[in-house]
Design a protein around this ligand. Structure first.
Ligand code: CDP
Length: 248
């Protein structure tokens, strides 16, 4: 089953949507946060939606293969993503039914089941309208796995960020350790690889670069370099009259 098409996509202007897709820990969220800041756009990290459903499932003891209950959770959950309310390293706040779950969403228990949950078509369908609504409100930098392929296929700029699994695990491990996490590098690498396989091999909206996405391998790049490269791609985009879509 494919996610439903709301039929409104073709009439809505998505030229000021920047889609950033890629595998786990490729640096998407950090890059998107800095880019959104420079461009004066909103940041919307769609992974937080899937993580919020995974957390809700853990808390209500719904099994990761119970797709009907998961879809109900996804439909009923009140998930709000908003600018950060605290300076504790978070890039944004995530509220699940009014509770601040920004950090619980990063727990390894959530990471361990989120890909299984995200693979269910009814869960994806339930989360699609919110994502499309935010895309229509633009300007926005949207981060995920299927933004350029499914959620906003007519986004004005599509980027696919990649890095080797080892480099991604190294970055994620460093970040988790800084926050007091106790997972080993090997565990983080294993989790990253399992998630990659799950995300790339699912039938619905698998992780893949859109044909017109610009691929950037970030292995040997600093975050600043990646942000600068995407910013210059965005600044070069013009509308039908030749006016810049993202004037400096
Ligand atoms: O931050 P990280 O790259 O570790 O993951 P995330 O962006 O928070 O996404 C967590 C999981 O949600 C992914 O591994 C996917 O299984 C799922 N996801 C998805 O299926 N589609 C999206 N647009 C975003 C996330």
């Amino acid at each position: 089953m494919s996610p439903p098409d709301d039929g409104a996509r073709s009439t809505i202007d998505h030229r000021r949507v920047i889609a950033i897709d890629g595998p786990a820990a490729a640096g998407k969220s950090t890059v998107a946060h800095m880019l959104a800041d420079r461009l004066g756009a909103m940041l919307f990290d769609t992974g937080a939606l899937y993580r919020a459903v995974a957390l809700a499932a853990l808390r209500s003891q719904v099994a990761p293969d119970d797709h009907q209950s998961l879809a109900r959770l996804a439909r009923d959950a009140r998930i709000v993503i908003q600018p950060p309310s605290q300076r504790d390293g978070r890039l944004y706040d995530v509220r699940l039914n009014e509770e601040d779950v920004t950090w619980p969403l990063r727990d390894p228990e959530v990471g361990a089941i989120v890909s299984k949950i995200a693979a269910h078509p009814p869960v994806r369908s339930a989360l699609l309208p919110l994502q499309r609504r935010i895309a229509s409100d633009g300007p926005v930098v949207m981060v995920g796995r299927d933004i350029g392929t499914v959620v906003v296929p007519d986004a004005g700029l599509k980027v696919y960020l990649d890095a080797t699994p080892e480099e991604r695990a190294r970055r994620r491990h460093q970040e988790a350790t800084r926050r007091g996490g106790i997972e080993s590098y090997e565990d983080v690498l294993r989790e990253t690889q399992i998630r990659d396989i799950g995300d790339s091999s699912r039938d619905t909206a698998p992780l893949r670069a859109a044909p017109d996405a610009i691929r950037i391998n970030t292995d040997d790049m600093t975050i600043d370099n990646v942000v600068a490269e995407i910013e210059s791609l965005a600044r070069a985009r013009v509308d039908a009259t030749g006016a810049p879509l993202w004037p400096s």
